[in-house]
Design a binder for this molecule. Structure first.
Ligand code: PPE
Length: 305
């Protein structure tokens, strides 16, 4: 259960948590055309709270809206300030922040015409997405029978609400079979992404991740690629097949919610020696330092409250 806090930001105002409601004719509720973001705020090493790559997330929200042809009735600056105000008013030193842009009530039918565009921002405490143990020991993934979106069916560069039906189906399928996370293949059969994370593999010291074709271009993915390159690693963006996962030395996932989560098993094949690999652990450690303001070279990624 999401742990309730005092206020939610809705359409420009901070309102009590319990009053943040919508009508059942809300267009997005029926047809799934809305866009959202997931952002984390960490309590940093110096005691201040800092939002990780806030501007990049807000920019991606506007990109998603542009793909979805939704006009956000607020400026980027207003939404950034709203995220910060929300954390301050709720006394949250660490939080997951969820901006959601959706189409309100008006007409029904798949053309929303000029139904009002509404914006909500919710913040709550959210620990390790796939569990603390997954962060330390690695998680067990399974290739889903559901294919990830063809780019001409659903546009994956945009974080569109309806895109997540595919993720929910895939996740439910593998959880029911006893696994923790679903890896999805693209329409050509190559690895695309996990239900809510990007996928990386390491083989002979070289780091590989899927190109931004059928994936959400993750901000964590970008951060980890930057960190890895700064440490002198070769990072390649190239398609790879599921059997390349099986024979990789290391596999890990990246996402705002999942952070850097090692994978210890894919489709019942043990990855490496079944423990998080050396490079995965190194990148995870640096990532956790960076998001908490512990590394000056990445401090520009943090917006302090
Ligand atoms: N792919 C997908 C499909 C995805 O949902 C996410 C984020 C990513 C990649 C990684 O993107 P980024 O967070 O910018 O590194 N998934 C969000 C939603 C999770 C949820 O269950 O809700 C997240 O991590 O916030």
């Amino acid at each position: 259960m999401v742990q309730k806090v005092s206020k939610i930001w809705m359409d420009g105002e901070l309102i009590p948590w319990d009053e943040a409601k919508v009508h059942v004719l809300t267009h997005t509720l029926h047809y799934g055309l809305g866009v959202f973001e997931g952002i984390r705020c960490y309590r940093c090493h110096d005691g201040r709270s800092g939002i990780f790559r806030l501007r990049d997330h807000i920019n991606r929200l506007f990109d998603s809206a542009s793909v979805a042809q939704i006009e956000i009735p607020f400026s980027r600056e207003e939404l950034e300030e709203a995220c910060k105000d929300l954390l301050r008013v709720n006394d949250l030193d660490e939080a997951y922040i969820r901006p959601l842009v959706f189409i309100g009530e008006g007409v029904m039918g798949v053309h929303p015409y000029d139904n009002p565009v509404r914006v909500a921002i919710i913040a709550w405490r959210w620990g390790a997405y796939l569990g603390e143990e997954a962060l330390r020991k690695g998680t067990r993934a399974k290739t889903s029978s559901y294919t990830r979106h063809h780019p001409n069916a659903m546009m994956t560069k945009a974080k569109i609400c309806g895109n997540y039906v595919n993720s929910v189906l895939a996740k439910r399928e593998v959880v029911k079979l006893g696994y923790d996370e679903a890896i999805m293949l693209d329409p050509d059969g190559y690895v695309s992404e996990a239900s809510g994370e990007n996928v990386f593999i390491v083989k002979n010291g070289i780091i590989k991740t899927t190109p931004p074709t059928t994936i959400l271009p993750g901000i964590t993915r970008d951060s980890v690629m930057r960190i890895a390159k700064d440490r002198g690693y070769v990072v390649i963006e190239e398609r790879f097949s599921r059997d390349e996962l099986y024979i990789a030395d290391e596999v890990f996932l990246t996402g705002t919610a999942a952070e850097v989560t090692p994978i210890r098993e894919v489709d019942d094949r043990i990855i490496g020696d079944g423990k998080p690999g050396r490079i995965t652990r190194e990148l995870q450690e640096i990532y956790f330092k960076a998001v908490r303001g512990g590394l000056p070279e990445y401090s520009h990624w943090i917006s302090y409250l």
